[in-house]
Design a binder for this molecule. Structure first.
Ligand SMILES: Cc1cc2nc3c(=O)[nH]c(=O)nc-3n(C[C@H](O)[C@H](O)[C@H](O)COP(=O)(O)OP(=O)(O)OC[C@H]3O[C@@H](n4cnc5c(N)ncnc54)[C@H](O)[C@@H]3O)c2cc1C
Length: 92
């Protein structure tokens, strides 16, 4: 998880630099949106498993984080739509 989070952070940092100098392409933003939100859900899922039954109980922050993570692949454009934009940028 640490490896993937570090890779994701590195990718986001590179896109922030591009956004700041006005060179961020729409397909790159879509790649970040879908890949990072998928990763967020994967990491929350694994962390919930790590906590066992307590991870499922809403009293604990990991349960809330997992619930909140789920919407990120849906709002602000679903991840399927992000992939469509990426595909179009490849001429598909
Ligand atoms: C908490 C929350 C906050 C929100 N905030 C805002 C906001 O501030 N501003 C705003 O404008 N909207 C907001 N929304 C709306 C959000 O952007 C939409 O829910 C989102 O765009 C998905 O649209 P939909 O729910 O109509 O799903 P649908 O478009 O009906 O999609 C349903 C499913 O079908 C898939 N799908 C649809 N079309 C295709 C396709 N062509 N190819 C493959 N798969 C496809 C989708 O990926 C999804 O999995 C919010 C939603 C929620 C739940």
């Amino acid at each position: 998880m640490k490896t993937e989070i570090t890779i994701g952070q590195t990718f986001i940092d590179s896109l922030v630099l591009k956004a700041n100098d006005g060179t961020l392409a729409p397909d790159e933003a879509c790649m970040a949106k879908y890949w990072i939100t998928d990763l967020l859900n994967k990491v929350c899922y694994e962390c919930l498993q790590l906590h066992g039954g307590a991870g499922y109980m809403m009293e604990y922050p990991i349960a809330r984080a997992t619930l909140d993570a789920r919407i990120t692949t849906i709002f602000a454009g679903t991840n399927e739509i992000m992939k469509q934009v990426i595909g179009r940028s490849m001429g598909l």
